[in-house]
Design a protein around this ligand. Structure first.
Ligand code: COD
Ligand code: ATP
Length: 229
């Protein structure tokens, strides 16, 4: 089994790409979804967030007010660091559990959608491939402003809280450019999927070649033993 890391910048289109991969039957683990689960009331991370950020970041029902917490952490790097140090270990534990589940179910590769994959450098070494969902910076900004109802300054602060896309581009093994329409992105995802499947055939071919070499070696050994004795 191998792992494929999928990342991007904020609002560059990771979820849009993941929707197509899921349609194609791929196993995908979404770090943003897990990040929402691990901060539900009664979880350890929830208590720690309230301890450090105060009850003013809670909604009336006790859940985290994500908008309020976002406004704080995207404009204060040290508070963002603190939130990351609370949530990231919990997110990674849950991701590991889900990887094991897919392994047991017999999936041959799992795609991990991790927004901060390239920022959290030690994670990339577990990935056979890394996919960057890219879109040009003006498009990224306008999609983010529109989707989250943010001002230009607010959207820029969120983009600036991550490694620049051009840096991530250099680190990724594959790039999907989502600057165009959804159809163009879909075609690129289909190509990526075909490559992942080909790479599986390649792995099986290597395993088969290994088995043949081992078999031949065994045969030569038996023949030698027979003729020598
Ligand atoms: C700050 C929070 C409350 C904002 O919640 P909200 O529902 O508005 O956004 P959502 O969770 O859907 O995230 C949207 C995008 O914001 C970006 N983002 C989220 N957290 C961070 C962060 N700590 N640093 C940089 N970018 C981030 C990612 O690109 C992500 O895809 C939330 O993102 C959060 O709890 N973040 C900390 C956990 C984290 O690092 N999540 C990212 C996945 S590992
Ligand atoms: N090719 C496209 N054409 C037009 N709009 C798009 C396209 N791709 C994505 N969008 C829109 O841009 C916004 C961001 O896309 P999406 O939610 O897929 O990004 P994301 O990277 O998953 O975001 P996040 O960083 O919040 O996780 C959404 O409102 C989505 O509908």
């Amino acid at each position: 089994m191998f792992l494929v890391g999928l990342s991007g910048g904020i609002a560059t289109g990771k979820s849009t790409v993941v929707a197509v991969l899921r349609e194609l039957g791929c196993a995908v683990i979404d770090a943003d979804v897990i990040a929402r689960e691990v901060v539900q009331p009664h979880f350890k991370a929830h208590q720690q967030i309230v301890r450090y950020f105060g009850t003013e970041i809670l909604l009336e029902n006790g859940e985290i007010n994500r908008e309020a917490l976002g406004n704080i952490i995207f404009s204060h790097p040290e508070k963002r660091q603190l939130l990351n140090s609370i949530t990231h270990p919990e997110i990674q534990k849950e991701m590991l559990k889900q990887i094991l589940k897919y392994f047991v179910l017999g999936y041959r590769y799992v795609i991990l959608d991790i927004p901060l994959l390239f920022e959290t450098k030690r994670l990339t070494k577990f990935m056979k491939y890394t996919v960057l969902v890219y879109c040009d910076p003006p498009t990224q900004l306008s999609r983010l402003m529109k989707r989250n109802g943010l001002s230009q300054a607010e959207a820029e602060a969120r983009v600036a809280s991550q490694l620049p896309l051009e840096e991530k581009r250099k680190l990724a093994t594959h790039v999907i450019d989502n600057s165009g329409d959804r159809e163009s992105t879909r075609r690129q995802v289909l190509r990526l999927h075909a490559r992942l499947e080909d790479s599986l055939d390649f792995l099986w071919a290597r395993l088969a070649a290994g088995a043949v070499v081992a078999g031949l070696g065994g045969l030569v050994y038996l023949l030698l033993r027979h003729f020598i004795s």
